[in-house]
Design a binder for this molecule. Structure first.
Ligand code: BGC
Ligand code: MG
Length: 543
């Protein structure tokens, strides 16, 4: 007898507007088969943990067939699972279970470039200059008498020239690693292919897409020089990221692509969404990616980039909320991801960094809109700064000395010995080693431990889901507060929730906002109010 289990997914097509999305870096989340690499079955086994944590959706980083030169952001087959992560049946089992638990699944799509092992690129290399096979990528002749100079001065985000020469003398463009050739998005076959890939995953039930390098697909006509780069003048082009316009980013025509994608998403039931990883010169230009005929969200990296100061947070929050009013979509908040140093470390590392990170979590989760968590931030994990160089795998490391491996270390689940329950019982393998200090940070060590970061996240997420004020998508009201203190209010009927964050260098007495619901540090009673320690945050409730 087949029993049909009603899915507890809400039918709300606007779920993404206020969701908490948990980013799973698949390779480092949970390893079910003991090869030291996280996999889809591992995620499936840990879904109850995520459900209990209180998130609404997962964003999975790429798990597609890939030579893994850039951690899977180099895709060789967009319609299959890399054997290291499992297979399509594992994906289907995982998404079925996730939906049964009320968790939505967002997958990463990487349209700017393929892997150099993608059949299109191997065909392009085998074909002649000017051939239809080459036309799907950006091949060009070099400069100089013998074409030995790259076609222009563009620089790879990972360092070095953005062009690589092939044996017949032509060059191809790669904004990232040479193993990630850029596609030619002016080619109709490229557009048709990705529309089909979107449908492939939508047909398998995915609830949304995170679009990698969403601002990069269209390059300015004629491929004009930028005018400087680190090879010629020592100034890196990527320093303009988000501060200026580069001829390979944020070109107006990129919006045509999203205007074609949106009807595809809208043709499926249940509120399928897309979030852009996009960098633009101004918040106004970033907002152009969002709207009823383009994408649902774009990450607001300004919040991630804000320094630990009340002014800096207030400024980015106001800007982001103002932009979201213009486009009619609440903004996204993010503190960490797989490309950036973990925020515990950015905020000062050690005990101070952790205190601040916990306060920042309460700040973020009290804001209207969608919050993205990065796996392990609920455990208060710091960046691993002392990974041995020979273990680092980030392709940027060899070219620039900068490495993103320190935020990608497999997360600790339980036990006394590394890798702390990342794999099945007894497994000692993990593709990057966890530091011994992580024993005390494991899920098991923090579960039920009063004051642990994990219990703080659980409590905050529980309140966020049930408190009427936090469901509201309207704005926030800033309150008068002393220097270095952020305080704002959200209201529903006669219930008021106040979030206060003390970023000053002395404890402050907070009075008159009602009962504390959750705090990132211990509050003490003082002068009839509550004493909020330095670098901490609290939510109060009043009726
Ligand atoms: C991803 C990175 C990746 C790059 C190239 C980024 O935006 O988040 O991890 O290296 O795109 O695909
Ligand atoms: Mg595995």
């Amino acid at each position: 007898m087949t029993v049909s289990i009603p899915s507890p997914l809400t039918s709300d097509a606007d779920w993404w507007r206020s969701a908490v999305v948990y980013q799973v870096y698949v390779r480092s989340f949970a390893d079910s088969d003991g090869d030291g690499i996280g996999d889809l079955h591992g995620i499936r086994e840990r879904l109850p943990y995520l459900r209990e944590l209180g998130v609404d959706a997962l964003w999975l980083t790429p798990f597609y067939t890939s030579p893994m030169v850039d951690g899977g952001y180099d895709v060789a087959d967009y319609r299959d699972v890399d054997p290291m992560f499992g297979n399509l049946a594992d994906f289907e089992a995982m998404i079925t279970d996730a939906h049964a638990l009320g968790l939505r699944i967002i997958v990463d799509i990487v349209p700017n470039h393929t892997s150099d092992q993608h059949p299109w690129f191997t065909a392009a290399l085998a074909a002649a200059p000017g051939s239809p096979e080459r036309a799907r990528y950006l091949f060009a002749d070099g400069k100089g008498d013998d074409g030995a100079q790259p076609p222009n001065d563009w620089e790879s985000i990972f360092g070095g020239p953005a062009w690589t020469r092939v044996p017949d003398g032509q060059w191809y463009l790669h904004l990232f690693d040479p193993a990630q050739p850029d596609l030619n998005w002016r080619h109709p076959e490229v557009r048709a292919e990705f529309e089909d890939i979107l449908r492939f995953w939508l047909d398998r039930g995915v609830d949304g897409f995170r679009i990698d390098v969403a601002h990069g697909m269209i390059k300015a006509e004629g491929l004009p020089d930028v005018g400087f780069n680190s090879m010629t003048t020592g100034r890196r082009q990527s320093e303009l990221l988000g501060k200026g316009r580069l001829p390979y980013f944020d070109q107006d025509e990129v919006h045509d692509i999203y205007r074609a994608w949106r009807p595809i998403l809208d043709s499926y039931p249940g509120g399928r969404m897309a979030v852009a990883e996009a960098w633009a010169e101004t918040p106004q230009r970033l907002a152009r990616y969002i709207g009823p005929d383009e994408l649902h969200q774009a990450f607001s990296f300004d919040f991630l980039d804000a320094t630990w100061s009340a002014d800096s947070f207030r400024k980015v929050i106001d800007t982001a909320l103002a932009e979201s009013t213009i486009v009619g979509a609440p903004t996204t908040w993010v503190l960490s991801n797989h490309d950036r140093q973990r925020h515990v470390t950015r905020y000062g590392d050690g005990e101070i960094g952790l205190r601040r990170a916990r306060a920042a979590a309460l700040l973020m989760l009290a804001l209207p809109g969608c919050a993205y968590l990065y796996q392990g931030e609920e455990l208060g994990l710091p960046e691993v700064l002392d990974l041995p160089d020979e273990l680092r795998q980030d392709p940027a490391f060899l070219r620039t000395g900068e490495s993103r491996d320190g935020c990608r270390v497999p997360i600790p689940w339980s036990g006394e010995l590394a890798p702390y329950g990342f794999g099945p019982a007894g497994s000692e393998l993990s593709w990057l080693p966890a530091p011994t200090t992580w024993r005390a940070l494991s899920v098991a060590a923090q579960t039920g431990t009063p004051g642990s970061t994990l219990e703080l996240y659980r409590a905050a997420l529980r309140i966020r889901h049930t408190h009427p004020t936090l469901a509201d998508l309207g704005g926030i009201t800033w309150l008068e507060s002393g220097p270095g203190v952020l305080a704002f209010q959200r209201e529903a009927g006669d219930t008021v929730l106040t979030c206060a964050v003390n970023i000053s260098d002395a404890p402050v007495v907070i009075d008159g906002y009602g009962t504390p619901l959750v705090a990132s540090a211990t509050l003490t009673e003082r002068d009839g109010g509550h004493l909020l320690p330095v670098d901490s945050a609290v939510w109060f409730e009043r009726h």
